[in-house]
Design a protein around this ligand. Structure first.
Ligand SMILES: [Zn+2]
Length: 162
């Protein structure tokens, strides 16, 4: 068994060589399998180092990148479907639900950026309960505090020590 010191945790003979390994990467329920990987893995801390003289690192990273892009596009398509179902423009959606720049939603739909989790949840809730859109609009107006006025009530309190 080929072993060597771990580059990460320093464990002596911690790393063991492997080859012909298949790994399945998973992002948001989507999977990619990468076969015939070779490198070193630490038995102590789990650190993995791919063999330099193979394309293991490249194929592993590519598969991961592909998955992340595919996941963003899948969510983008979902956001677009829900927005259209609700008969909202991208601009209206941003104004109503998330705030931020008016191009933000277009970036989410194109899969360039992952929407914030809270926005994703709101969209999915409205997908499931579209009738809540009316309430959402009412609440959203109430939440606009730019015209907020406040009155300070001064109350005189007397502390009594007995
Ligand atoms: Zn280690």
């Amino acid at each position: 068994m080929k072993t060597r010191q771990c580059v990460s945790c320093g464990a002596r003979e911690g790393m063991r060589h492997f080859e012909g390994r298949g790994e399945t990467l998973s992002v948001k329920g989507m999977e990619r399998r990468v076969d015939d990987l070779s490198g070193w893995e630490c038995q102590q801390c789990g650190e993995v180092e791919w063999d330099d003289d193979t394309d293991s690192a490249e194929r592993y990273c590519d598969a991961g990148d592909e998955l992340v892009i595919a996941a963003r596009q899948m969510i983008g398509a979902e956001m677009k479907r829900i927005r259209r179902k609700l008969h909202l423009t991208q601009k209206e959606t941003v104004q109503l639900l998330s705030g931020g720049g008016h191009n933000a939603f277009s970036r989410y739909e194109r899969g360039e950026t992952l929407p914030p989790k809270s926005l994703m949840l709101l969209m999915r809730l409205l997908d499931r309960y579209p009738y809540l859109l009316t309430d959402t609009k009412t609440l959203s107006e109430g939440a606009d505090l730019r015209g907020f006025k406040h009155t300070i009530h001064k109350e005189h309190e007397t502390l009594t020590v007995s």
